[in-house]
Design a protein around this ligand. Structure first.
Ligand code: AHM
Ligand code: MG
Length: 345
């Protein structure tokens, strides 16, 4: 028999309603962080639209016609940066923005705002122009500079454990926003026709272990021995799979749901790693820890790294609990052997 629910399935919980319900759980919450999360969601919807029509814009451009307000000639990552900054400036909750696209901190002139945001507006540069999944990563801190003044570098360099929220948007086969405010991780899938995000992945928990490893194996010969050994061991596991999109958000999201490990070890070209601490490593480390996984650089947890400068890079290993433990064990043994060898010299 058909019921009201089977005739017209409920659409579910929107991101807005979810944010509001979380805010209501804290009697003294002022709603500013909620508004900031909504501003980020809004910017991501606009970027989603730009990404979806990117191919068409190129065709128009190639035909020599006028394109959308001169923006069509710009690269999508620059457009995403502009869109995000505009949304955050107009939203009014952010005093300063650190973006992968800008050398300096962008001052929003909202000097009374409480928060700063570090972001990679469109990550996965090699995939942007070829219709492969790409993503946005964001990280939010409460400012420590005095209210009423511009943002300072110190607002950003508080350390990963001081993040009050972080997350990402994956523009993939569907668009999904995943974030944490330190109380678990939730994912919201974008419903294009309604223009809304709906809760689709409640309280995400990363599997304790997994069979997937994600690393750019073209650099294999450059990796330290312990990484080579770790990869060799992964390959021996039954059901093991190598999966590497080259878009951090896509690789991360898959492994978060299915279990696995993402590695960006030191290479000849990038001895201190390639990925950026503030808007790639810290936020994804916050998310993965909240989902029960781990993030480290081989020496310490990513969230414990004391930052030195705003665009610094880091080695990073993001993965299921058990896989990171195995890797850390290997690194420990390697370090121990190195010390022993030094003692013998
Ligand atoms: P980007 O910020 O220039 O896009 O670089 C970050 C990207 C990540 O999304 C991805 O995981 C990694 O770089 C891929 O690097 P590589 O091509 O060296 O494997
Ligand atoms: Mg990036």
């Amino acid at each position: 028999m058909q019921t009201e629910n089977t005739l017209a399935l409920p659409v579910g919980i929107t991101l807005d309603r979810f944010i509001k319900s979380q805010q209501d759980a804290f009697p003294y919450a002022t709603g500013e962080l909620s508004q900031l999360l909504r501003d980020i969601a809004l910017a991501s919807k606009i970027i989603n639209r730009e990404i979806n029509r990117a191919g068409l814009i190129d065709i128009t451009g190639a035909l020599g016609r006028d394109n959308v307000q001169g923006e069509a000639q710009q690269k999508l990552d620059i457009i995403a940066n502009i869109r995000f900054i505009r949304a955050l400036v107009n939203g009014g909750q952010v005093v300063g923005i650190l973006s992968e696209e800008d050398n300096e901190i962008t001052q929003t002139n909202n000097h009374y705002a409480k928060y700063v945001v570090a972001m990679d507006p469109l990550d996965g540069s090699s995939n942007i122009d070829v219709n492969v999944s790409i993503g946005t990563i964001f990280s939010i801190y409460r400012r420590i500079s005095p209210i009423g003044t511009p943002a300072t570098e110190a607002d950003f360099t508080q350390g990963g454990r001081k993040q009050i929220a972080a997350g990402y948007i994956l523009y993939g086969s569907s668009t999904i926003m995943v974030y944490t405010t330190g109380k678990g991780v939730n994912g919201f899938t974008y419903e294009n026709s309604l223009g809304e995000y709906f809760l689709s992945h409640a309280d995400i928990k990363m599997p304790k272990t997994g069979n997937i490893y994600s690393v750019n194996e073209a650099y294999f010969n450059e990796f330290p021995n312990y990484i080579k050994e770790f990869i060799e061991e992964m390959r021996q596991k039954s059901g093991c799979m190598a999966r590497y999109i080259g878009s951090l958000v896509g690789d991360f999201h898959r492994n978060l749901l299915k279990g696995g490990i993402y590695l960006y070890p030191p290479t000849r070209k990038a001895e201190s790693g390639k990925l950026r601490l503030f808007y790639e490593c810290y936020p994804l480390a916050f998310v993965i820890e909240q989902a029960g996984g781990k993030a480290c650089d081989g020496r310490e947890d990513i969230l414990d790294i004391i930052p030195q400068k705003i665009h610094q890079r880091s080695i990073i290993y993001l993965g299921s609990d058990e896989l990171i433990d195995n890797l850390e064990e290997k690194i420990k043994t390697h370090n121990h052997l190195m010390i022993k060898q030094l003692e013998l010299v």
